[in-house]
Design a protein around this ligand. Structure first.
Ligand code: NIG
Ligand code: FE
Length: 414
C-alpha cells in the first residue's frame, strides 16, 4: 500500500544521498538536516521517496495532508527497563519525604523490591502489564527500543523476563533489542556470597539465554553498592563468549571505573554518566563506545545531570535515552527527555534530537534502517501538530505535540 503525505511543513533529520553509518559527534551535533515544504511517499513498510512540494507526484496514492505539521524520524530509545511487575510509588512517596534512593535500596526496596514482585508474577501477567507500556511509548513517538531484563535475579526470573521481551517483539511493529541485565543487583540470598551469584550468571544464566537466543546485549550495573569493576569485567567477558556485546550502567552513583571497563570491553554504550570527569572523557574519546545520558533519572532522583556540554565540546557523540523503569524513571516519554536535555544539560534542540535519533539508533546497531528519514529505510516516523519552530517541541513540555504515528508504514493511531 502506498501513502503519500503532502504539504509537510518540515522533514527533520532527512538524508538525501549517501547515508550516514556512524554517530553524530561534537560540533556536528548542532546540525540537523531539514527539508521544508515537502512530500513523502511510504510504500508498505518503507520510505520510498520524498522531495520538495515543487516536485509533488500527484499520482493516485492515498493522500494525507500535513499542513503546518513537522515530520520526525521515530525516537530510538536505547535504554529501558519497561518489563517489570507492579510499581514502586511507595518509594516515590518515601523519597518525597527525604529518603534517598540508596537508603531505600539498602533497606531492601529498589531493584530487590521489583525482583520479589517479578518472581511472584506469572509470565502471562508480566506480558499483560508490559504491553501497554510499549504501546504508550510508541504513541509518544518511539519507534525502536532496547529493553533490559534485570528484575529476575534468578535463573527462572531472568528467563521469564527475556521470554516476555521476545513475545513483545513479535507483538509490536517497533524494532526491539534485548539486553540481559542479570547483574543488576546482588539478590538477597547471595548477599554473603557475591561470587556465587556471579557464577550463577556466567555458569547457568548465560548458557540458557544463549540456547534460547534470548538476548542481543549484556549489561552490568557497575556502580557503588552494586557490581565492582573486577566483577563487571568477568561478567562482560563471559557474555562476550556467547556473542553478547556490552551496554553498561556506569557512574550513576559514583565515579565507578565503569566507563573504563566498558571501553576496555568494547561496549556499544556506557549509560548514565551522571558522575564522570576528564579521565572518563579521555577514555571515551579513544573508543567507539557511545556515551548515553539519562536525564529523566537525574530529574526523578534529584541527582546531577551528565555533563553533556563537556562531552560534546570535547568532540564526543552523545546519546539520550529514557531509562523507563519503575524506580528511578517511571516514564518513557522522550519529548520530556528533550526538554531536560535543553534546560538542564545545556543542549540545543538540534543536539538533543540528534541524540535521540541517529545516536540512539547507533547505540542499538539499527542505523541502517532507523534513525533518519532516508529512501529505503523503515517508515517509522511521526507527524507533529502544527509547530512554528523546532524548539516548540521541547518548549511545550506538558503538551502532547505528536499527532500521527507511523511505525512499519502503518498509522498507529486508533
Ligand atoms: O537505570 N541504575 C540501575 N538501574 C535502573 C534503576 C532500576 C530501579 O530502580 O528499578 C536505572 O536507573
Ligand atoms: Fe537503567
Amino acid at each position: 500500500m502506498r501513502i503519500l503525505i503532502k504539504d509537510i511543513h518540515t522533514i527533520v533529520q532527512v538524508e538525501e544521498d549517501v547515508l550516514r553509518t556512524t554517530a553524530v559527534k561534537g560540533s556536528d551535533m548542532k546540525y540537523l538536516p531539514r527539508l521544508e515544504k515537502a512530500w513523502l511517499l511510504v510504500n508498505d513498510d518503507i520510505i520510498e521517496d520524498f522531495g520538495p512540494m515543487s516536485t509533488y507526484p500527484d499520482n493516485g496514492n492515498i493522500v494525507i495532508s500535513a499542513e503546518g505539521k513537522w515530520l520526525f524520524p521515530s525516537w530510538c530509545d536505547s535504554h529501558t527497563h519497561l518489563v517489570y511487575a507492579g510499581s514502586r510509588e511507595k518509594e516515590f512517596v518515601a523519597r518525597s519525604q527525604g529518603k534517598s534512593y540508596e537508603e531505600i535500596a539498602a533497606e531492601g526496596g529498589g531493584i530487590l523490591n521489583s525482583a520479589t514482585r517479578l518472581n511472584d508474577t506469572s509470565e502471562e501477567e508480566l506480558l499483560k502489564q508490559s504491553l501497554p507500556r510499549l504501546k504508550e511509548i510508541m504513541m509518544q513517538g518511539t519507534g525502536a527500543v532496547e529493553i533490559k531484563s534485570g528484575y529476575g535475579l534468578s535463573l527462572e526470573g531472568e528467563l521469564k523476563m527475556l521470554r516476555v521481551i521476545k513475545k513483545l517483539k513479535r507483538m509490536t511493529p517497533m524494532a526491539v533489542k534485548t539486553t540481559f541485565l542479570g547483574a543488576h543487583a546482588i539478590p538477597r540470598e547471595y548477599k554473603e556470597n557475591r561470587r556465587g551469584y556471579i557464577d550463577l550468571i556466567t555458569g547457568s544464566m548465560l548458557p540458557a539465554i544463549a540456547e534460547e537466543k534470548l538476548a542481543d546485549y549484556i549489561d552490568v550495573f557497575c556502580d557503588h553498592g552494586f557490581f565492582t569493576v573486577e566483577e563487571t569485567d568477568v561478567i562482560l567477558k563471559a557474555g562476550g563468549k556467547y556473542g553478547l556485546k556490552p551496554k553498561i550502567h556506569a557512574n550513576e552513583l559514583a565515579i565507578s571505573g565503569g566507563v573504563q571497563v566498558g571501553v576496555k570491553n568494547k561496549a556499544l554504550s556506557v549509560d548514565h554518566l551522571e558522575r564522570i570527569g576528564t579521565d572518563e572523557i579521555i577514555a571515551l574519546l579513544g573508543s567507539n563506545t557511545m556515551p548515553t545520558a539519562l536525564p529523566g533519572t537525574s530529574f526523578f532522583l534529584g541527582i546531577d545531570y551528565a555533563p553533556a556540554r563537556q562531552m560534546i565540546n570535547a568532540g564526543l557523540p552523545l546519546c539520550l535515552a529514557s531509562d523507563f523503569n519503575p524506580g528511578s524513571t517511571p516514564s518513557g516519554r522522550m519529548a520530556f527527555v528533550l526538554t531536560l536535555a535543553c534546560l538542564k544539560m545545556g543542549m540545543l534542540p538540534e543536539e538533543a534530537i540528534n541524540a535521540v535519533t541517529i545516536n540512539g539508533a547507533v547505540a542499538m546497531e539499527l542505523l541502517a534502517n532507523y534513525g533518519t528519514i532516508a529512501r529505503g529505510k523503515k517508515a517509522n516516523f511521526f507527524l507533529t501538530k502544527p509547530l512554528a519552530s523546532l524548539a516548540m517541541l521541547p518548549y511545550y513540555y506538558g503538551s502532547d505535540l505528536i499527532d500521527t504515528v507511523f511505525v512499519n508504514g502503518q498509522v498507529q493511531n486508533e
